[in-house]
Design a protein around this ligand. Structure first.
Ligand code: MN
Length: 161
């Protein structure tokens, strides 16, 4: 019954040019210096107190990458623009427009742009979420034992195609 009292309000945001949306700010990916990343921005497309998830749009320039991290919360990703590679657990895959990727809990993940164009993806995430963990030097070394992951982390990504 109480559900009828507090509906919130509908939101309609028109798409704008250049992968922007009406009334949506283009934000820093994360606080500068808080974690390694390169040339990546964040837009929060959908957030609603009645919804247990949010949808964001991340975009990186050529050679850009997101933070290598893991956490309990989950991501559901759709590649929206361009081409890249993603590391999920111990797998590195090439991804392009409209591919889908899920990141399970506590799984190392990173996205890297390849090609000469921007690389963008939609990312669905829990509204309430834990703080990401970064790899320790030992954990990074363990990941690097896999030559494909080492090549990915070093940006030698074109060799992987
Ligand atoms: Mn993450």
């Amino acid at each position: 019954m109480a559900d009828h009292q507090n509906r919130g309000s509908a939101v309609h945001r028109e798409a704008r040019k250049d992968y922007r949306w009406e009334g949506v700010d283009r934000l820093a990916y994360k606080e500068e210096g808080s974690a390694p990343f390169k040339d990546i921005t964040r837009q929060v497309l959908i957030t609603d107190a009645h919804l247990a998830c949010e949808m964001r749009y991340f975009e990186m320039g050529p050679g850009g990458y997101s933070t290598l991290e893991r956490h309990e919360h989950v991501h559901g990703v759709m590649i929206f623009r361009g081409r890249g590679h993603c590391l999920v657990g111990d797998e590195v895959r090439a991804v392009s427009e409209r591919d889908l990727v899920t990141i399970p809990p506590w799984t190392w993940h990173q996205f890297r742009a390849t090609g000469d164009e921007p690389f963008g993806f939609l990312c669905m995430v829990n509204s309430e979420r834990d703080r990401p963990q970064l790899p320790s030097p030992e954990e990074l070394e363990a990941l690097r034992q896999n030559p494909r992951i080492a090549a990915f982390l070093d940006g030698r990504i074109r060799e992987l195609d």
